[in-house]
Design a protein around this ligand. Structure first.
Ligand SMILES: [Zn+2]
Length: 388
């Protein structure tokens, strides 16, 4: 289906642009003053900003039915893991008893509703993640959980320069700090290494990361929840590639838009830098198409009403309930119910904020509830979708 977006605004290289955009066969095919073609849906987006789809650089997709877990603060991630992993107790018992496919789709939906069109998944690969209909695109990488929780780390090392993702220096104590040295000693600190968290960094650690050109994924809400402190992003961002990730709802923000606000409130990065951390920087780290409104690019984008006249500032004023539309590969997947009607998209109307989604969220809810009863009720996304 061709789609023509009329009178939409966006900014590129500091310039504001208002124009029309044609979407055909899943890509942005034309930009300029355009008139409708036969059999083309035309929608006027006056007073709306168009943004390229965001990249969430760290999530465990199947872990997003959880509420925040634990009784912080902790000294490092092993203390947290011991505290929360009680497989015979609620809510772990119930949530782990649900189907993996449903949990993964829920994680995909979490990302979709905040303008994310690509997510980097940290956990075993599952064939459902590469399906065309999965809510967002999922980037597969080589990965290990962490130095402590990985039995045979050498086996997980990729042969070529594929990104290799690992939780590291997640904590405040000497143990967490020592992980960077240990990784380096194992020859695992390299230009393709992607360190998740990197909270406990001394001067030597920062230098090692800089010299090896490893990247860092910043998850401020998770760090602040577990440790009351986050990575020294103000210092490391100067010479190291830093991107932003939510982590799962066990410790992190409900959505990437929330995470961007948390990042901003730390004052460790500017709005522009935070925007780059969810677009151009992760594209570089993970070898993805740079998110841009450009002819020939995949039609992965989202549309928001203009609440603040500044293009970047507006993102920090938006939450999922205000997003007008999210498109993946040119397909409308989440947004306002009236827009779904105008476009003629098949899907499901939600009671939350007059929204619409392309996925059968009600059957998903039923299947999950048959295993969990009320164990998901404290999950922030569950509350948002199904709360009173
Ligand atoms: Zn994680």
């Amino acid at each position: 289906m061709n789609l023509l977006l009329k009178n939409i605004y966006w900014a590129s290289d500091g310039k504001n642009i208002t124009t029309d955009i044609r979407i055909s066969r899943g890509v942005i095919s034309e930009i300029g003053t355009l008139s409708s073609l036969k059999r083309e849906k035309t929608i006027d987006f006056k007073n709306h900003f168009l943004y390229p789809g965001l990249i969430n650089s760290h999530d465990h997709l199947e872990m997003n039915l959880y509420p925040l877990m634990g009784n912080p603060f902790y000294n490092n991630y092993t203390e947290w893991a011991q505290d929360i992993y009680k497989p015979t107790e609620s809510p772990v018992k119930e949530i782990e008893g649900t189907g993996i496919k449903d949990r993964l789709i829920w994680g995909g939906i979490k990302n979709l509703i905040s303008g994310v069109t690509t997510v980097v998944h940290h956990n075993p690969w599952n064939r459902h993640l590469s399906k065309k209909k999965f809510p967002v695109k999922v980037k597969e990488t080589a990965w290990a959980h962490s130095l402590v929780f990985e039995k045979n780390i050498q086996k997980k090392i990729p042969k070529k320069s594929l990104p290799f993702v690992i939780h590291a220096a997640e904590g405040l104590d000497d143990f967490a700090q020592h992980e960077i040295l240990k990784l380096n000693g194992l020859g695992l600190l390299r230009a393709n290494t992607v360190l998740i968290h990197a909270v406990a960094l001394n001067e030597e650690n920062k230098k090692l990361i800089e010299q090896t050109e490893a990247s860092v994924i910043w998850c401020p809400s998770s760090n602040l929840f577990m440790f009351g402190k986050t990575a020294p992003v103000d210092e490391i961002k100067i010479k190291t590639k830093v991107a932003l990730g939510t982590d799962s709802t066990m410790t992190g923000s409900p959505t990437l838009l929330d995470e961007m606000r948390v990042a901003r409130n730390t004052n460790l990065a500017t709005p522009k830098e935070i925007y780059e951390m969810v677009t151009s920087i992760p594209a570089k780290i993970f070898g993805l198409e740079r998110p841009e409104i450009k002819i020939g690019n995949r039609a992965d984008f989202w549309i928001s009403p203009i609440i603040h006249e500044d293009y970047l500032e507006n993102i920090f004023k938006i939450d999922s309930s205000k997003i007008r539309a999210v498109f993946v590969n040119g397909k409308f997947r989440f947004g306002d119910a009236d827009l779904a009607t105008d476009i003629g998209a098949d899907g499901y109307q939600l009671s939350w904020a007059s929204k619409w989604i392309a996925y059968d969220i009600f059957s998903l809810k039923k299947r999950i509830e048959s295993k969990t009863k009320d164990a998901c009720n404290q999950n922030p996304l569950w509350k948002m979708f199904f709360g009173e």
